[in-house]
Design a protein around this ligand. Structure first.
Ligand SMILES: NC(=O)c1ccc[n+]([C@@H]2O[C@H](COP(=O)([O-])OP(=O)(O)OC[C@H]3O[C@@H](n4cnc5c(N)ncnc54)[C@H](OP(=O)(O)O)[C@@H]3O)[C@@H](O)[C@H]2O)c1
Length: 283
């Protein structure tokens, strides 16, 4: 079975590469192939004929996208259409990842897989465009939405820094740390997500949309509090409202992804503990 992973040096891409190591996956990052290069993508995929393509390449700068919407649309939106056409013609399966941010965030109980997206920022619009390009151009797809990814940091230049690393940096450099005590969602551990992705494929689940995140939910402050407690950090942590920081992009207030199709993952607190013990071990 031929497996191709894009964004292979990113946070999730690296983990998928580990999970699929027995298949000796083909690893693409921007240096190898820019996914916005339509001709190269079509030529290479028709040559390789992969059975499974796992696309984790993305423009993930939520605030940056407000001033770079065209670029975000290109990478997160149109490129997915090219990939989907190429993989469909080659007869493979395309796994693509999206975000809780495609939803407006005014739900009180969270969003089911068939919930109606209503993106509120440039980043969210670009990711929603990618979802539409996927659905319109290939039948054999898994669209997996996730939220608040954490895990071993990306090795690539612009890979997204996770909230865990951001908070640890702040705690190392400041006497007090202010964190927004709003915007409820579920952290997702890259290891658990990569394993859940493989399980969906191995079990030949029906094609369509999946919501995968660790169990439970929290505000950013509650997430930070758990990180502080795991590390026994004594720096003062202050809860602040969402408008305390000026951030260009609007975020959903409540965007918990409800999973009605697969086994629930362990709690985010358990997953975080696991990640932190691995991290300590590596240090
Ligand atoms: N991180 C989160 O909190 C989060 C939340 C919800 C959904 N997601 C989604 O989950 C997926 C995985 O996210 P992640 O955090 O693992 O991403 P990441 O660490 O930021 O990695 C993304 C990778 O994509 C590469 N890339 C960017 N533009 C590219 C292009 N034009 N051609 C080829 N490669 C390109 C980047 O390479 P360079 O660094 O060299 O540009 C980087 O290695 C993405 O679809 C993301 O939108 C993430």
């Amino acid at each position: 079975m031929k497996v191709l992973i894009t964004g292979a040096l990113g946070m999730l891409g690296q983990q998928l590469a580990k999970v699929y190591k027995d298949q000796d996956p083909i690893l693409w990052d921007r240096e190898v192939i820019d996914i916005t290069d339509k001709d190269k993508v079509l030529t290479q995929i028709s040559k390789i004929k992969p059975d499974i393509v796992l696309n984790t390449a993305a423009y993930n700068d939520v605030d940056g996208a407000e001033n770079n919407e065209a670029l975000a649309m290109e990478i997160n939106g149109h490129a997915i259409g090219h990939l989907a056409k190429a993989v469909s013609t080659a007869g493979g399966i395309l796994v693509h990842y999206s975000t809780d941010y495609v939803f407006k965030g005014d739900s009180v109980e969270g969003y089911k897989e068939d919930g109606q997206p209503d993106p509120q920022s440039a980043y969210a619009r670009s990711k929603y465009l990618g979802e539409q390009e996927l659905v319109d151009n290939i039948q054999n797809y898994y669209l997996i939405r996730l939220s608040r990814l954490f895990g071993r940091p990306a090795k690539s230049k612009s890979g997204k820094k996770s909230f865990v690393e951001i908070i640890l940096d702040l705690a190392n450099n400041q006497d007090e740390v202010n964190v927004i005590d709003e915007e409820v969602s579920s952290p997702t551990y890259s290891v658990d997500l990569a394993l859940a992705t493989k399980a969906i494929i191995d079990q030949k689940k029906s094609f369509g949309i999946y919501h995968i995140s660790n169990n439970g939910s929290c505000t950013w402050f509650e997430f930070a509090k758990e990180i502080f407690s795991n590390y026994n950090i004594k720096v003062k942590l202050n809860p602040v409202p969402a408008d305390f920081f000026s951030r260009p992009a609007l975020r959903p207030k409540y965007s918990v992804l409800l999973n009605n199709k697969t086994e629930p993952l362990r709690s985010w607190q358990y997953a975080l503990k696991d990640y932190m013990s691995v991290k300590n071990h590596e240090i």
